[in-house]
Design a protein around this ligand. Structure first.
Ligand code: LMR
Length: 399
């Protein structure tokens, strides 16, 4: 069988990390994968995570299986983080949350469920979107299409075109929205625009899946949920796929959650059963360690407060790197206006660098950027900024 296979190209994001690791250049910089770096260029373990792990080791009594949908304490903490416990949807038992291995598994479980029960559904993705969205939904066997999202001219959401294309989506389809810190562009709708999106959903009736991987990286934990909360009207249905890789810095622990909102408490119970069936056939039940860390932190008021401070620190640092990047590019004589980078939010920005620029930066300077020009601003540091901006200036000058 294996002899019949053709070779596949490396993954557009993770493949860069593999190539980066093998690059002997001491000046190399990885701005590919979305991983946060501190001023020392390290991806540190948060102090709250270390403390939670200590408590976990002292207190855990068994390594027996979790339930199919994971830990109930974790699920409750996730709901509180997204909605606040007083939200009418939570109080009305209209939300169920399943623990998943990362936000990726939450998306895949949702995709499998939709394919099982509604096989003709088309999933609409923003143009552009996270490269793996396409792979996840097509791997589940679903058809995928694009909706307009970004204007390369204004370097912002092209909201009018976005709304026009979402008005064309049939009621039986699914639309994937990014809850905040749009990946790869760093450009989000504002709160008024989220309200308009809610009206489009009301009018058209399609199901939103909200990919929520960067809560806390735009404006704050609570602030970043405000956009998606605008979508949730009394009779709505929705799916929210959370990731805790970035805001807890626990990338390798694979912690995420799938929250489904049904139009009634009964419908929500029924969808809960389907989610569990989809998980059981996929990875059976989730791993314990990472989600236990998140539960311990979120359920302890002091650790929770400290953790919010750590998220603030990461967010502020990314903001500083954005400003320093724009300033240093100017100092290096780059004529091209990159000021928009300072306005965008989250880890990523769409730099506007072409495929050729990206290839030249990799070949000549060992700087790794995703082919579509997406740069991970969170991978920049004070000490690699000069080299980075010099390289970009040289590559731009050569056309
Ligand atoms: C990214 O977009 O770089 C991250 O979400 C990591 C990943 O899985 O691609």
């Amino acid at each position: 069988m294996f002899e019949l296979l053709n070779a596949v190209p490396p993954d557009p994001i993770m493949g860069l990390t593999e190539a980066f690791k093998n690059d002997p250049n001491p000046d190399k910089i990885n701005l590919g994968v979305g991983v946060y770096k501190d001023s020392q260029g390290a991806t540190p373990i948060l102090a709250t995570v270390k403390e939670a792990e200590r408590r976990l080791i002292d207190s855990e009594k068994t390594k027996s299986y979790l339930g199919i949908d994971g830990s109930p304490e974790f699920a409750q903490a996730v709901q509180e983080l997204i909605f606040g416990l007083e939200h009418p949807l939570v109080r009305g038992h209209r939300v169920v949350t399943a623990q998943t291995p990362g936000g990726t598994a939450a998306l895949r479980v949702a995709a499998d469920l939709i394919k099982q029960k509604f096989p003709e559904t088309t999933v609409w993705l923003s143009d552009p979107t996270w490269a793996n969205h396409h792979s996840i939904f097509t791997a589940a066997g679903l058809a995928v299409r694009k909706y307009a999202y970004y204007s390369a001219e204004t370097k912002d959401v092209d909201f009018e075109r976005m709304v026009d294309s979402l008005k064309e989506v049939p009621a039986s389809d699914v639309v994937v929205l990014h809850g905040c810190c749009h990946n790869p562009t760093g450009a989000d709708p504002d709160l008024n625009q989220w309200k308009v999106l809610e009206e489009v959903i009301e009018e058209r009736g399609w199901l939103p899946i909200i990919d929520f991987a960067y809560q806390g990286f735009a404006d704050g934990i609570e602030e970043d949920a405000q956009g998606l909360l605008q979508l949730l009207t009394p009779g709505c249905e929705a799916i929210i796929c959370s990731s805790f890789s970035k805001n807890f810095g626990i990338y390798c622990e694979r912690v995420g959650a799938l929250s489904a909102i049904g139009s009634t408490a009964e419908a929500t119970q029924i969808v809960h059963g389907h989610i569990k069936r989809s998980i059981r056939a996929n990875y059976s039940n989730p791993p314990y360690h990472g989600a236990a860390i998140v539960s311990i932190i979120l359920n302890d008021p002091e650790l929770r407060r400290q953790w919010e401070g750590e998220v603030d620190e990461m967010r502020d640092r990314i903001g500083l790197m954005r400003e320093l990047f724009v300033k240093t590019l100017k100092e290096k004589g780059v004529k091209h206006d990159f000021s928009f980078l300072a306005e965008q939010r989250g880890m990523f920005s769409f730099s506007g660098l072409t495929k050729e620029h990206v290839a030249a930066l990799k070949e000549r300077y060992a700087i790794y950027i995703v082919d579509n020009g997406r740069i991970n601003v969170a991978g920049m540091t004070e000490s690699n900024m000069d080299y980075l901006c010099m390289a970009i200036a040289n590559v731009l000058q050569e056309g």
